[in-house]
Design a protein around this ligand. Structure first.
Ligand code: UDP
Length: 320
């Protein structure tokens, strides 16, 4: 029986598919390719379809014993401008997927959630007991689905893991897959564009935050570490357990730390420009990852330097 990787042609889903295969799992990728890339699913069975296509999902579920759901819209700014798109896909269509799963024999479900469910944290590092009060529609849609999983888990014996990702970054060591969004809004790919002369400068969104160097602090976690947590999540589900947990490193890096690491690793100067704060950016988001470490016997192993060097290799390849 296979693991159905829904959204497996996207950034995080494709890395999960690769790690699953390396660990000996059979994988089927299901993706509507609206933001995913066919190339990222190369070498895998790819079924092109929408998560709301009940008949298509039901058919493939007969060959699966677990589902990982990565297929969601994930731009905070866009979710503010166009909440309808976010609620329709991340909640309504996702619930259709979940109900189709409930009509099958599959009872193991792993969900890509986000630290955005916490909104502005009460305390950093953030533990899972921090109140979940999202401050944007994107976070609200992820919280809605987390709530559905908890209720379905209690009522229908569904086993689930909700993984609250901090900042996923980096690329697979193979250099074959990596991050590519259109439009690109994420820090590391944008720093590379500045380093490669594809944009005049990186806009640093605010240097007057109450942090050591005035720029925002985030917890950057290597996408392969995230992918490995998903495999550990499957093993956890196999024991009959369910939980929601943070996936982060527990270490914070400022925007200026990341720029400095890119300059060191790429050997290129990164022109920067101090811009206005971006709306809705909390000064510091760092995970307390101890729950995942305890429950999954998993720990993020890769450093910021490995994040940058693997992502840089991928970025170079794409432009060569
Ligand atoms: N950031 C920045 N300039 C950019 C893009 C991002 O200064 O062009 C900052 C942003 O304010 C945040 C951090 O980099 O503090 C990470 O942003 P990203 O959009 O990559 O992820 P987020 O934390 O929003 O999920």
């Amino acid at each position: 029986m296979a693991v159905l990787v829904v959204g497996g042609a996207g950034y995080i889903g494709s890395h999960a598919a690769h790690v699953l295969r390396r660990k000996g799992y059979d994988v089927i990728i299901y993706d509507n390719l609206c933001t995913g890339h066919k190339e990222l699913a190369e070498g895998f069975e790819l079924i092109v379809g929408d998560i709301a296509d009940t008949a298509k999902i039901a058919k493939v579920l007969t060959r699966c014993d677990s589902v990982m759901h990565f297929a969601a819209h994930a731009y905070v700014g866009e979710s503010v401008q166009n909440p309808k798109k976010y609620f329709h896909n991340n909640v309504t269509a996702a619930l259709t997927l979940l109900d189709t799963v409930m009509e099958s024999r599959v009872r193991k479900f792993i969900f890509s959630s986000t630290c955005a469910v916490y909104g502005n944290p009460v305390k950093v590092p953030i533990t899972e007991s921090n109140p979940r009060q999202p401050v944007n529609p994107y976070g609200a849609t992820k919280l809605a689905f987390e709530n559905a999983l908890e209720a379905y888990g209690r009522a229908y014996a569904l086993r689930f893991v909700s993984f609250r990702y901090f900042n996923a970054a980096g690329a697979d060591e193979s250099g074959k897959i990596g991050e590519s969004h259109d439009p690109e809004t994420h820090l590391i790919p944008l720093i590379f564009q500045a380093a490669q002369g594809k944009r005049a400068a990186l806009d640093i969104f605010g240097d007057d935050y109450p942090t050591a160097d005035g720029t925002c602090i985030r917890d950057y976690i290597h996408v392969t570490d995230l992918a490995e947590a998903h495999v550990a999540g499957l093993e956890y589900l196999a024991k009959g357990e369910s939980a929601a947990m943070n996936l982060g490193t527990g270490e914070g890096c400022s925007v200026k730390d990341v720029v400095a690491a890119v300059e060191r690793i790429s050997g290129s100067k990164v022109p920067t420009h101090i811009a206005e704060r971006r709306m809705g950016d909390p000064p510091e988001l760092v995970a307390d990852p101890s729950l995942a470490e305890k429950l999954l016997k998993w720990k993020a192993k890769r450093s910021l330097d490995e994040i940058i060097s693997t992502a840089w290799k991928w970025a170079q390849k794409r432009t060569s």
